[in-house]
Every structure is written in C-alpha cells, then in structure tokens.
Design a protein around this ligand. Structure first.
Ligand code: CA
Length: 217
C-alpha cells in the first residue's frame, strides 16, 4: 500500500516515512500544501497523512480541493485540540485526525484502519484456504506457521489478497506498492511472485500473461 505524507517539519516527515517504510508501505512525501495536493491528485494513494499548518496551501485548502476530485482516505495531523476544529475537519472530508504530539504506534494503527476501511473487505484477518493474512501484525500464516516474508513481499501478498478474485495489473502494483523514487521494481516483481509461490504454493497466484496476477477468491 502507498501512503503520501504532507508535512513541512522535516524531522517529523522523516520519522513518519521511516516508520511506514518499516511496515512495508511505499511512502512519498511533500513539504508544502501545493506539492501535496499535486501528488495526491496525480497518484492513487491508499492513504494521505496531511498536516494542517503548511506553507503555500494550508491543510484545509488541500483537503477541500482534493475532495473535489478524489475520495482517498485522509488522516489529518493537527496541533489544535479544540472540538470545533475537529468537527470542521470531518465536515471538510477528513476521515480521521490525530492531535500532535502523538505516539507513532497510534498513527500506524490509524493508517492501517483507514486503509482497511477503503478495501472491499475491511476485516483485519483475510483468509484464503490455508493462508491467513493478518493485516494488524502484518504477517502471513500457512496453517499455523508464520511464513517468512520481507516487508515488501508481505505488502505484495496483502495487496493481491485484498484484491482476490480480481486481475491485479503490474501497473496497479507499481502504483500502490512502490514510491516515486523507486525504479528498481520491474525486474524484482517476478522474483517476489516466484518467492510467494514457493512459500504459499504454486497455485496461490496465477499469472495472466501480459496482464498481471490473480489470487482466486
Ligand atoms: Ca506543519
């Protein structure tokens, strides 16, 4: 899953990026509201973390203008804790908010929850036959064994399983699992898929030649 962080405080943006990347997310960042709005409109993010106080275009304006075009889930970061502000944010189309300062663990949990709500199947545990994908612990089990996957491989398994029964094109995978600075992927995608097959069974992922991949529902 791919997340955009719009935050002008460099240290905070870096900390959020690292934390999300460790969980296997692809992460893009924007340092002002104008850049954030441009990126949020240009790409299919699974969630946007949006600070309110931003140079060039403030978070409210970004949210309002994004909502004219897209329903991407947005978590707003706000320094204020006045109730009216929170109500106003939700009315503007924010899906959730977090008051600064916050614990990183809480932000990660809220991002997971936002992404789940945007999926056709919002349950935290997804099962296909003997395979169970635990989207909270971010692990895959085969029977009662945890299957060792890297964060990126896990992200691919989760994405395929969330879209089970659908054709997942290579373009969808690039847009949702890789950030804008990553150009290494076209050759590693096949490697990831073959590792997934080796660990979860050859039939777990089918290739539709020239189009993409399918995990049967
Ligand atoms: Ca700020």
């Amino acid at each position: 899953m791919r997340v955009l962080i719009v935050e002008d405080e460099r240290d905070l943006a870096d900390a959020l990026r690292r934390a999300l990347e460790e969980e296997g997310y692809a992460v893009d960042t924007a340092q002002d509201g104008a850049e954030g709005l441009h990126k949020a409109r240009s790409w299919e993010y699974d969630a946007v973390v949006l600070d309110l106080m931003l140079p060039k275009l403030d978070g409210r304006a970004v949210l309002t203008r994004l909502r004219e075009a897209k329903s991407t889930p947005v978590l707003v970061l706000t320094a204020r804790d006045a109730i009216q502000d929170k109500v106003a944010l939700l009315d503007l189309g924010a899906d959730d908010y977090l008051t600064k300062p916050f614990a990183l663990g809480e932000l990660l949990a809220r991002v997971r929850s936002l992404i789940r709500r945007g999926c056709s199947d919002p349950r935290p545990m997804l099962r296909i036959g003997q395979v169970a994908v635990d989207t909270v612990a971010r692990v895959v089990r085969l029977g009662d064994q945890i299957v060792p996957f890297s964060a990126k491989e896990y992200a691919l398994v989760e994405f395929l399983v969330v879209h089970r029964g659908e054709l997942v094109t290579r373009t969808m995978i690039y847009e949702h699992l890789y950030d804008e600075s990553d150009d290494s992927l076209s050759n590693v995608l096949d490697v990831y898929v073959s590792r997934i097959r080796k660990r979860l069974g050859n039939d777990f992922v089918r290739t539709r030649r020239g189009e993409g991949y399918i995990v049967d529902a």
